[in-house]
Design a binder for this molecule. Sequence first.
Ligand SMILES: [Zn+2]
Length: 62
Amino acid sequence: MNGLDLVVTQTHRRVVLSDGYLWAWVSGHEPACNRADREPHPPCTEVLVSLSVLCSAAENQP
Ligand SMILES: [Zn+2]
């Protein structure tokens, strides 16, 4: 999967167990949102992601 770029600002504490996987809501901004000189604002995007995806993304950080 290579589809979603998101600047995560918050990971919600509530996780959901579904299909044998843990999922969590995260809030953040799409890159296009931050590109312009905008005032800081509350997260404009919220997505449900698998925790395994979050972990692998964290491991890939430099
Ligand atoms: Zn935004």
